[in-house]
Design a protein around this ligand. Sequence first.
Ligand SMILES: N[C@@H](CCC(=O)N[C@@H](CS)C(=O)NCC(=O)O)C(=O)O
Length: 206
Amino acid sequence: MTTLFIFPGACSFAAHVVIDELELPIDVEAVVLNSPDSPYRSINPLGRVPALRLDDHTLLTENTAILPYLADQRPGTPLFAAAGTVERAQIQSWLGYIATEIHTGAFRSINRPERFTPDEQAFAGIRSKGVQRLADALKPLEARLSSQDYLVGNRFTLADAYLGVFVGWSARAGVLLQDFPALQAFLQRYRARESVVRTLAAEGLS
Ligand SMILES: N[C@@H](CCC(=O)N[C@@H](CS)C(=O)NCC(=O)O)C(=O)O
């Protein structure tokens, strides 16, 4: 059986939504994070989610690989696009942007300042720089969603499934979504989507 390892509300939420959207026969298992003793470390030594363990026990990590892999289990799904098309490259481009500029580039400083310095006095400054970087990194997404409901092709794709996680986090990180009306509207659409409602419930978040 293929298993997706998640933590409720973490970036693994996107893969969980995609599994729901595509009705894929994949087990979803919540794990303990941030503990060097977590048994999950024997599955993924980095201790990070998401991770997808395939039937043959191959372990796939990284959202930018897992999300396309899941979509490719249902060839022709509107969540992705055919190999060789510009749309597919655009969806992958947004996945890369969100993973690097938003998640690692901004949220890593906000959520994990200890990974940048051992000096606890410096944490507040690192966090506040992260919030600033986040606000900058959200601008191209806001611009894109000002003229269309979804990031690519005017339909919900992997890029939107992934973006929704971080727009939700942004509100919590103190980035005022009033300054990003298109992202605010996007978040409302995201949270109203049936797969998202079901996934929130499945992760114990509603
Ligand atoms: N680049 C990875 C990042 C994964 C990641 O950092 N996941 C977080 C949850 S959102 C995590 O597992 N954090 C625990 C840790 O870093 O120890 C991806 O996109 O899949």
